[in-house]
Design a protein around this ligand. Structure first.
Ligand code: NAP
Ligand code: MG
Length: 494
């Protein structure tokens, strides 16, 4: 890390609250335990945070439950303005928040700035939605009943987020929860809690009342999330993370029949037909693969290229991948940061070794550098066998496997041959084929001649094992609202 940035990051982190936020106060964990947050570029500890447990969790959910009644009755405009002020504060502090994020998570500063803006936009978007919560009134078929439907907040929500987008994943849940009038207990990942602390401070500064947002970090997620789920006080779970953990939480949600929104894993196909604009397709693959060092649920996990252009595509992609500058994300010019930790690095190495053992050819990369930090080089594998382990698991790293196909039918079959269905990407200049194949791929989101679909104004989410519900867009707030139907008998005058 450059010394200027290191000193600045140190000061910013030293000024953050690093305890638990419960009922408007930052407090130590009941056990007094702390846990370290590590910079993945240096493997050095950068902060010590309160390590919450069951008792802290119960205090937090009780605070959220107490705050729900008044918060749910707050005028929508008030909630809207809290979010709008928070948006302004996040953007005013974009640079500082980006530096905190890069230091705890590893992504290059340029990407961290982008994520801060992306996260802020969820706050602004939902500040605009807060005052547009609709309802409807209709008449029963026989004309005898007025059917009046209004929307009410679901109630206290459990929020659980992963480490890969430390600010945006929280903002995408907190924004609509505030807009809808729900209180929250929030458990960010233990690996990247600092961005969430900073966001919680900003929301408090923006006027969020005590108890509406409670934040508990922990080294033992089950000991915090478990009590929230079984408390009977939470009415909804909104989770972003792996399918394996998501399935466990769905089972726990069943006990009290909680509403759920689940943003789970992906296994995105990135399909390139031989009629595609290859420059565009390579540029799109760079974004779909390398955003966040490949540590994204939306990452292109299987790159299917039609035989006639496969060699050319792999060569061009390898040129771009090989030219990327790898290093500490706070250094100028760095385009690829470290992975989040040793398990992630080991997994990527194993998946690459497996693909090679099944006939894949390394076009670029493939060798882990000998240096501190969890670095893996941008890697392109050609002639990858569809039987390789990386076609059925999230790689979550900067590895682009190119699989060759011949026909449209074949590639649709291969694209759908997975338990997941989050997102897909497709490059073709044939408009009819673009629609036809997009409709045939089983996903919640599709990028047609683009490598990026994430947008606060769009409904984000998947089908199959990729989850339930959508975040963002016009429908995002619905996940936090219940419909209440009022029946009123209807008689006519005279
Ligand atoms: P993860 O292990 O499932 O963790 C996600 C969250 O769940 C973290 O806060 C984690 O805490 C917590 N957690 C872990 N075990 C738990 C348990 N037994 N009970 C309650 N909570 C528990 O996922 P990850 O490895 O951090 O994140 C990567 C995954 O997230 C990938 O599968 C990726 O595709 C997915 N993801 C999906 C989306 C989407 O929108 N669809 C977006 C981003 C990421 P700790 O981290 O503190 O252990
Ligand atoms: Mg963990």
């Amino acid at each position: 890390m450059t010394t200027g940035h290191a000193a600045k990051a140190h000061d910013l982190i030293a000024a953050l609250h690093t305890d638990l936020l419960i009922d408007g106060a930052w407090v130590e964990a009941e056990s007094g335990r702390r846990l370290d947050v590590v910079n993945p570029a240096t493997e050095q500890s950068i902060a010590s945070i309160a390590d919450g447990g069951e008792k802290d969790a119960l205090r937090a959910i009780e605070a959220a439950a107490r705050a729900q009644r008044d918060w749910g009755r707050t005028p929508p405009r008030e909630r809207s303005e809290i979010l709008r002020r928070a948006y302004d504060l996040v953007m005013a502090r974009q640079e500082d928040l980006a530096l905190i994020m890069t230091t705890e998570m590893g992504k290059p500063l340029r990407e961290a700035r982008g994520e801060v803006a992306y996260a802020a936009e969820f706050l602004r978007w939902f500040s605009e939605e807060a005052v547009r919560i609709g309802g409807d009134a209709t008449m029963s078929g026989d004309g005898g009943t007025r059917i009046i439907c209004t929307r009410e907040p679901v109630g206290p929500c459990v929020l659980v987020t992963p480490w890969n987008f430390p600010l945006a994943m929280g903002a995408r849940k907190i924004g609509p929860a505030i807009a809808a009038g729900c209180t929250m207990v929030f458990k960010p990942s233990e690996l990247t809690p600092l961005s969430s602390f900073a966001l919680a401070e900003i929301l408090t500064e923006a006027g969020l009342p005590a108890g509406v947002l409670n934040v508990v970090c922990t080294s033992d997620p089950g000991s915090v999330v478990g009590p929230w789920m079984s408390s009977g006080l939470a009415r909804k779970l909104t989770f972003t993370g792996s399918t394996a953990v998501g399935v466990k939480l769905l089972e726990q949600a069943a006990e009290h029949v909680m509403r759920t929104s689940m943003e789970l894993g992906g296994n995105a196909p990135f399909i390139v037909f031989d009629d595609a604009d290859l420059d565009d397709a390579v540029a799109g693959a760079m974004v779909a693969k390398m955003r966040n060092m490949g540590e994204a649920c939306t990452a292109a996990n299987r790159i299917f290229v039609q035989r006639g252009v496969a060699e050319e595509f792999s060569t061009r992609l390898a040129e771009r991948m090989g030219a990327l500058v790898v290093g500490d994300g706070t250094e100028d010019g760095v385009e690829v940061g470290p992975l989040v930790g040793t398990p992630a690095l080991d997994k990527v190495e194993e998946l690459v070794a497996d693909a090679i053992s099944r006939g894949a050819r390394v076009v670029v990369g493939g060798e882990r550098p000998d240096r501190p930090g969890y670095f893996y080089p941008p890697t392109v594998l050609a002639d990858v066998s569809p039987a390789s382990a990386l076609t059925s698991q999230e790689i979550f790293g900067p590895v682009a496997p190119v699989i060759t196909f011949d026909t449209e039918e074949e590639v649709v079959q291969m694209a759908n041959d997975t338990a997941w269905g989050l997102v897909g990407y497709l490059y073709t200049r044939d408009v009819e084929r673009g629609f036809r194949v997009s409709e045939a791929v089983e996903v919640g989101m599709m990028g047609l001649n683009t490598g990026l679909v994430s947008n606060p104004a769009a409904p984000f989410g998947g089908v199959k094992a990729s989850g339930l519900g959508r975040e963002g867009g016009r429908v995002g707030i619905e996940e936090f609202l219940e419909i209440k139907y009022l029946a009123v008998p209807r008689r006519t005058v005279g």
